[in-house]
Design a protein. Sequence first.
Length: 603
Amino acid sequence: MSATPAIPEQDPRETLREVFGFDDFRPGQRAVVERLLEGGNVLAVMPTGAGKSMCFQIPALMKPGFAVIVSPLIALMQNQVALLQSFGAPAGMLHSGRPREENVADWKAAVEGRIKLLYMSPERLATDRMQAALAKADVSMFVIDEAHCISQWGHDFRPEYLALSQLRDLKPGAPVAAFTATADEDTRQDMVKRIFGGDVEAYVSGFDRPNLTLSVEEKSGPDKRIEELLDERRGKQGIVYCGSRKNTEKLADSLRAAGHNAVAYHAGLADDDRAARLDRFLSEPDLVVCATIAFGMGIDKPDIRFVIHRDMPASPEAYYQEIGRAGRDGRPAEAILLYSAADLMFRRRMIDDGGAPEEIKRHEKRKLDILSGFCEAVTCRRNLLLSYFGEVRTEPCGKCDVCIDPPKTEDATGDARLFLEAAMDTGEVYGQAHLIDVLRGAETEKVLKASHDDLAVFARGRDRSAKAWRSLVGQLFAQGYVEMQGEYRSIVVTQEGRAFLGSNATVSVKQSRKNATTSALKRQQIEVPPDFDEDLLSRLKAKRLELAQAKGAPAYTIFSDRTLIDMALRRPTNQPELLAVYGVGLKKAETYGEVFLEVVAGS
């Protein structure tokens, strides 16, 4: 049988009212519903909580035949089908987690007209047997949920979704509808090409979630900080996203020890254990789930009051999708992200160690740089996030931490120009760390070997700490002035960056009390006083020589003379004080700090 494209005579609002009890559609829903009722293909990009599912459920209930909904996760299918059945809507599903007889029964019910919405995985739909059966069945439409999974540019690419490009030819009379909450322009274009062959009616409803308050904190002792945040939110339910299974377990243990109702959730748990923990989340109003990204997709729980990221997400899309699980009831909710440079480095390593093609890796790193810029923002965070998805706003939102409590900023235009000049003067073939070494006057082997200590920019940025430089570079990435290219993550100045150099534009960065103190210390000239401890300097040089000989490397590759003189002057007793010494960066402090602190302590 062929699909029937005739438009039902009933007003879709009547079906909405009769089945779901709603008087009218939400903004953006009606146009998509009517397009599908007319038999047209649809790409709908709608924010989480905007009612995407209703856009295809209403037409599916009204049109002859049954709709096939492709869903990436069994948990998502189960949740959607259970919800539909609770409204009395005839829905079923086919997936590997059910007994065969139950799958057969639902298929038979769909073919016989007793089920109007049939959910299945992309793997099942891609089989020759299923496609042959669907070609003969009265399919009213094909629906691809979480459609961004088909795009290699998307944040959650799933190879099994690629087979869905066949749907447009499988049943010519049945429209194809693709739905997602998270897709930037590149991802949207890729979806249109792969799913629809290059042309489709697209509906983009906007990305704003005005009830969410966005905030970012510098990460320091994250588990303790999360415990404090939960103390302030006792009795409320939330999700804490962690970057690893180990961190979910560790954090959940510490929160329980502090008296919180908390549980870990990740893909490494047994199926029955995961199901039990999900059931607890759905039934216990104060349970906090410490989870990897395996948790949350498709969970229709409206009263999640906060989402905390213990670790940095992989991309702006991942961040947007994960915070979208809070406040789906429209009431105030919070999204709190703990951020550190170490997280950024960890994410970069994950990309480098992955098996993706170089073009995809560059794309993922660009997204990571944009998210880093979002974390370092000195202007409205919501506007920055929305602009990434193509939604431009000029008025501050008034509901992010930057708007509520604006950070103290400093003009960094001069240093921004200096960094861009350093990148160009060194041929745009070096990474961020090397350029910062050049600007801060660090006499590393790499700097000296390339004769970069002879450049005009050498040591002109010594007043800014390495950490402050990284913050500034994050702003340059966010504003599109620089990008990373190649295997070695070389910093390249973009056309926008070159235009900035020839303009009157400015760049601001957040002031950091710690950074300001460090900078002030490093601005001091190194003058050897009359009572200078020459003996300590001699012992520092002896230790440097010992380490250099063990490595078979020149002594200056450990520390320069200037660094050892400053170390003898300051006599640091711990790592933070050591980082205030001229020429000591994070890597050097990590590698040699303990050894040289022992020499100082023994004086």
